[in-house]
Design a protein around this ligand. Structure first.
Ligand SMILES: Cc1cc2nc3c(=O)[nH]c(=O)nc-3n(C[C@H](O)[C@H](O)[C@H](O)COP(=O)(O)OP(=O)(O)OC[C@H]3O[C@@H](n4cnc5c(N)ncnc54)[C@H](O)[C@@H]3O)c2cc1C
Length: 375
């Protein structure tokens, strides 16, 4: 007997792809994920999961796990870069949880990735499969990979990140825009600091800033991202190393409590920051984009991964109960329900003013992808 269950191919096993695999399997679809990397690495960066993201985690059954591996600060400081004067004290801990119905957790990005792997069977993830082409075959789609192999699916979800091949194949949108800003990033043992620092803080300087937070419940590992203009640097790679002295020089004049974070750092990664304007379309026929593939954003609102996970939930809600003939309409419905929100975050992050003074957080953190009414 022929299996009539729609078969979905997801391109990319990052945050968006793994979350979508879980939500789509949950509504009864057959899912395979194709990931270019030959293996998953413990990539060194921190991530914030604000209440909207933690609601996604709750629905996936991962809330307790994330709480156990991450850290929930009591407050988030926003400080002037040189004087240390507080411009906004962001209430977190129990206060943010009460207000928005879910906690705000900082953690290692790799912990989030590992958690999402826990809820997907290993056999659906095909590593070392770099997508090269997509072709319509009958009513389905054939995926071809750079190793010469191929796979067929009824529909494709492009979750292949900021340099999405799926986006390029669908719409020929070209490369994202370099902003001329770089992010120096590191996580390291906080005992190297030799002093106590704020559990979460952003130091706001002119054209430059430093964000720091602890990433585990023991508070013994610290993460920072220090952003500064460097228009000639155009490498985006987890393995690109930064020059410590060049980084420290860029933050001359910052408050000693900010500089100590850079001074103690044993080695640092360096990442060119890219973004796009909101796209007109995210889907064509039986192919749809999610996550950074369709709304890459600057990290200044800490929402890229969270928005990717929200996409995965809303996509599954739009597809639930739909047969294959309805997929293309469901994909349009998905993008219509998500685009206003992700565009608002993309454009807001571009301004890099979020939390400098008290923001309106309700629209962002109140959102629950599992229950938000869909048009
Ligand atoms: C400095 C910085 C700080 C950030 N901080 C936060 C934060 O605090 N909170 C937050 O929510 N977000 C944050 N983000 C954003 C977040 O990391 C991204 O938005 C998120 O990783 C996007 O997930 P994704 O799955 O769409 O893309 P990715 O995580 O990039 O995953 C894409 C996957 O697709 C694979 N792939 C790519 N091309 C192909 C191909 N051709 N074939 C097969 N596989 C392919 C890649 O190998 C990768 O595994 C930050 C980003 C940066 C740069």
């Amino acid at each position: 007997m022929v299996d009539a269950t729609p078969a979905i191919a997801i391109v990319g096993a990052g945050i968006a792809g793994l979350t979508a695999a879980a939500t789509l399997r949950r509504i009864g679809l057959k899912v395979d994920i194709y990931e270019q990397a030959p293996a998953f690495a413990w990539i060194g960066a921190g991530l914030q999961l604000n209440p909207n993201a933690m609601k996604v985690m709750r629905g996936l059954g991962l809330e307790a796990h994330i709480r156990s591996v991450g850290f929930a600060p009591e407050v988030g400081y926003n400080r002037e870069w040189n004087t240390g004067e507080i411009t906004y004290l962001h209430p977190m801990g129990a206060k943010i949880e009460q207000r928005f119905g879910a906690p705000d957790i900082s953690l290692h990005r790799a912990e989030l990735h590992a958690a999402l792997l826990l809820i997907n069977p290993a056999e659906i993830i095909h590593l070392g499969k770099k997508l090269a082409g997509l072709d319509q075959v009958g009513s389905g789609v054939r995926l071809t990979f750079t190793d010469g192999t191929w796979a067929d699916a009824d529909a494709v979800v492009g979750a292949d990140g900021v340099h999405s091949t799926v986006l390029e194949i669908l719409f020929g949108s070209g490369e994202p825009r370099f902003t001329g800003q770089v992010a120096y990033r590191a996580t390291y043992r906080s005992q190297l600091l030799g002093t106590e620092i704020d559990d979460r803080v952003k130091w706001w300087g002119p054209g430059r800033h430093i964000v720091t937070y602890k990433v585990n419940p023991r508070r013994d590992e610290v993460y920072f991202i220090a952003s500064t203009p460097e228009p000639d640097f155009k490498i985006e790679s987890w393995s690109a190393r930064g020059d410590l002295e060049q980084m420290r020089a860029a933050f001359t004049g910052f408050h000693p409590q900010a500089r100590v974070i850079l001074d103690a750092c044993p080695e640092v990664g360096k990442w060119a920051l890219v973004e796009r304007d909101p796209l007109v379309r995210w889907s064509k026929g039986r192919i749809v984009l999610i996550g950074d593939a369709c709304h890459p954003m600057l990290p200044y609102m800490a929402q890229g991964g969270s928005a990717a996970m929200e996409d995965a939930v809303v996509l599954a809600r739009c597809l639930e109960g739909t047969d294959l003939d309805g997929f293309s309409d469901a994909f349009r419905r998905f993008e219509q329900n998500r685009k206003d929100r992700t565009s608002r975050i993309q454009l807001g992050a571009r301004k890099n003013t979020w939390m400098r003074t008290a923001p309106d957080m309700t629209w962002l953190y109140d959102y629950d992808a599992w229950t938000v009414p869909l048009d």
